[in-house]
Design a protein around this ligand. Structure first.
Ligand code: PEP
Ligand code: MG
Length: 756
């Protein structure tokens, strides 16, 4: 039996066409069991029915697929009970309801096994036999095992949209990951790379100088091209897009890609070969990182590599007309791709690779373009010449939608436009509730700061500057002088507002390429303050650089990540004091006149810190809650592991209860506290946090005006009701639906779903 089972699963896996695979499978099962019929029914959630997808032995007189309403008959019973049913004679079974217009009446014995993937019933395998009998235990085990194996194949096919074809009863849709909110309708514009590093084959050269010259020319052309693209975008997009071009330029610097490529050319390799090798090594390094944000940087390195290659091969870019309202579909949507295309025409984005941390998603969010990502099993050509709907809230993509679905989405898209203008019109107003509770909104910074529009954002300061990002983009630690320049720039950007700089938060999950870290449990390992206290030379150089950058300014605040114990704060404070007096003396500063001792804060992101708040409070000036890590450590769920992604939820009642407790304790201690994790920029999350008493929220630039508008439309009393309900909820989904309902009732539904 086992061999037969393996053979069946193999042939299903190998089949080029999913429908064909199912047809082959039912015939093989029927033969293996020596029965009269085997069928597969798949759930159609929209129609609330199980629809027969393939059968050998069961037929509908009309030729249409047989349908069974959810809750009806024995087939539904197997799904409902989530266990196999082995019935000797269905005619005697109370749940029996004959399938209309089918030949089911000729069968008596039935064996049905639900096909379950991640706790969801996707369908049922049904075996029939004319002769009344109980199927043997072995036969039952065979079908149950097959159902378990099939579940993965069907879940996969579901996401690939393979269950549908033009005449199929299913609505033609694909499930991707939501990347940027909003809905868009348009014609597919499929973008394919014109050159590929993958296709470069290794070649040697005996003219290395000539190759280096060629490489440098190609880099110079790429630089000029990127500059042009950035200039083209300037003023058009009010956001992170331009910063990303600076990151690209940085990657081309001698310190990054350049020197490594030239070194390899020096060893006798052609420029293209060296470029391929170096880029692929960088890509591998980034892809091996645990931190999903940094892992996504592999895309940028690959994009830069392809650009340089294009110039090395002296290819001309082919111009294709972008549709008036187009949906950009690409294997990997990149920053430069977006810059090259006419912004006004890009209605939506589908990136086959990536996640919500990809640059494509970050940029789409900041440009306000709906986007979905992560559908990597579908070929690009599948989208060609199709009309597409992108739902950036749910991650759904509809392919050639029927007119009624299209109309519905068009209406929602129009409403979203209205909402956007309302939010923008109110951007200059303070963030306060209708009853006058003022909340200060701060910015999370990390990638880069060369974004002119940031100067004009209506914010109260920088709540989190993730200092590790520049450290990750290099092949060695930046020097103190280099760091001084970086920090000066940030402080100068916001001269009149507090800027909270977090000390290096690298470690197991964000390893530096030049610091060897191999750990079994990196998230529980050597990260954040643990690493920098073990390397006081790194910590001291960094805080000295921050202090030097702050000379003549008074807006620097310093924040320590991953604090677990009071002793860590004591040790860090001691080093900070040492650095302060050293810098004051070396630079001839008057203490407290042109060099201020910065306020010191700690992140509350390790649960242990919650129980030490009074002790910590006596050592620091402020707290900042890292809800991202706090969620991860409270729930014991790796924040980057897709397999447990559904368990990682900041709306978990335990997370909310601890956030509530932190707010209360900080209030009692009289210590300022803010939240700088993703929850602070989440519309529902921001409301709950304000209800808990947080008056300082730090988030990415995109959410600032949205959160402001939401706060201006609520009353504290309503927030208190929401919070009370959230704290009593048993599951995160209950919190989510309660928030959606409440926001809907306040006319703010447009922030949690499509439409206004
Ligand atoms: C957090 O953990 O919530 C946080 C803001 O820090 P990071 O996401 O950089 O770990
Ligand atoms: Mg953190």
């Amino acid at each position: 039996m086992l061999v037969t089972l393996q053979r069946i699963v193999e042939s299903v896996n190998k089949a080029a066409d999913f429908q064909l695979a199912l047809r082959t499978m039912v015939s093989q099962v029927r033969a293996a069991l020596g029965t009269d019929s085997c069928s597969v029914f798949l759930a159609d959630a929209q129609a609330h029915q199980y629809v027969m997808a393939a059968s050998d032995g069961l037929a509908d007189a009309s030729g249409d697929p047989i349908r069974v309403d959810f809750g009806d008959g024995i087939i539904s019973l197997a799904a409902q009970r989530e266990e196999p049913l082995n019935i000797a004679d269905i005619r005697n079974h109370p749940a029996n309801k004959e399938l209309l217009d089918s030949n089911e009446s000729q069968y008596r014995a039935l064996l049905a096994a639900p096909i379950i993937h991640r706790r969801k019933v996707l369908g049922i395998i049904v075996v029939h036999q004319s002769q009344a009998r109980h199927f043997t235990r072995e036969e039952e085990a065979f079908v149950v095992t097959l159902a378990a194996q099939l579940s993965v194949v069907i879940a996969h096919a579901n996401t690939k949209g393979l269950l549908t074809h033009d005449h199929s009863p299913w609505v033609h849709s694909i499930q991707a990951l939501p990347g940027s909110p909003g809905v868009a309708i348009g014609d597919a514009f499929v973008a394919r790379p014109e050159v590929s590093l993958k296709e470069v084959s290794p070649q040697k050269t005996d003219r290395p100088r000539h190759e280096v010259r060629k490489f440098r020319q190609a880099v110079a052309r790429t630089r000029a091209e990127l500059k042009q693209l950035a200039e083209r975008m300037y003023g058009q997009v009010p956001d992170d897009t331009l910063a990303i071009f600076d990151v690209y330029q940085g990657m081309l610097d001698a310190a990054s890609l350049g020197s490594a490529v030239e070194e390899m050319i020096g060893q006798g390799w052609r420029a293209q070969t060296a470029l391929k090798h170096v880029v692929e090594e960088f890509v591998d390094q980034f892809e091996a990182l645990e931190d999903s944000y940094l892992r996504e940087r592999a895309t940028d390195v690959r994009d830069i590599g392809q650009r340089v290659l294009m110039h090395l091969q002296q290819r001309q870019r082919k111009r294709r007309e972008f549709p008036e309202q187009g949906i950009l579909v690409a294997d990997e949507v990149t920053a430069s791709m977006l810059a090259e295309l006419p912004r006004a025409k890009i209605a939506g984005i589908i990136s086959l690779r990536g996640s919500s941390n990809s640059h494509a998603a970050i940029m789409a969010r900041s440009m306000g373009i709906p986007a979905v990502l992560g559908v990597d099993d579908i070929e690009l050509h599948y989208f060609s010449e199709k009309v597409l709907i992108v739902d950036g809230y749910t991650g759904e993509v509809y392919i050639n939608p029927p007119p009624q679905v299209r109309e519905q989405y068009q209406h929602l898209a129009d409403e979203e436009e209205e909402l956007k203008s309302i939010v923008a019109e109110h951007a200059h107003l303070p963030a306060q509730t209708q009853d006058g509770q003022r909340v200060s909104l701060h910015l999370n910074l990390g990638l880069d700061i060369h974004q002119e529009y940031l100067r004009h954002l209506n914010i109260d300061g920088v709540g989190l500057y993730r200092s590790e990002i520049p450290f990750m983009m290099r092949d060695q630690l930046p020097t103190e002088d280099e760091q001084v320049e970086m920090y000066k720039e940030v402080l100068d950007y916001f001269p009149d507002q507090p800027v909270i700089m977090r000390t290096l938060d690298v470690g197991g999950d964000k390893p530096l390429p030049y610091l060897q870290l191999q750990e079994d449990n990196p998230f529980l390992g050597w990260r954040g303050i643990r690493l920098t206290l073990d390397h006081p030379e790194i910590f001291l150089v960094q805080v000295r650089a921050m202090l030097r950058a702050s000379i003549g300014r008074s807006n620097l605040r310093i924040l320590l990540p991953m604090i677990t114990s009071v002793s860590e704060v004591e040790e860090a404070s001691r080093l900070l004091k040492q650095a302060y007096f050293e810098v004051a003396e070396e630079q001839g500063c008057a203490v407290g006149v042109n060099l201020f001792q910065p306020q010191l804060g700690v992140m509350i992101e390790v649960p242990a810190a919650i129980y030490q708040l009074p002790m910590l409070a006596s050592k620091v000036d402020f707290f900042s809650v890292g809800s991202n890590d706090l969620t991860q450590y409270l729930l014991a769920v790796d924040r980057n592991n897709r397999r447990v992604a559904s368990l990682y939820d900041a709306y978990h009642p335990a997370v909310l209860a601890s956030l509530d407790e932190i707010a209360r304790r900080c209030e009692e201690l009289g210590k300022p506290v803010s939240v700088c994790g993703e929850l602070a920029g989440d519309p529902g999350g921001a409301l709950l946090l304000v209800a808990m008493g947080y008056r300082q929220l730090s988030m990415n630039s995109y959410n600032i005006d949205r959160v402001r508008w939401i706060l201006r439309n609520v009353r504290s009393s309503t927030l208190q009701v929401m919070l009370a309900k959230a704290l009593q909820a048993r599951r995160p989904e209950q919190v989510r639906s309660m928030i959606s309902e409440k926001m809907e009732s306040m006319g703010l539904g447009g922030f949690v779903r499509a439409g206004k």
